[in-house]
Design a protein. Sequence first.
Length: 75
Amino acid sequence: MDKIDKKDREDFKITGDWNKQSKGLKVKFPILTDSDLKYEKGKENELITRIKSRLGKKHPQVMNILKNQSYETKI
């Protein structure tokens, strides 16, 4: 299991248009499904866990992917 500070996990929140961001993620990572990217407010950690599992990446990697996707959709 990733050794990430619990505070870091709790502080992450989806910003911007998640529908647009999730479509971009599906283009970049076709292996991701709608179920993997289902977002419910307050359940961000579950979303991250699904993405980690599907992509075989660690927590910091997924956080970077999500942060970059959020930035890209704002441009």
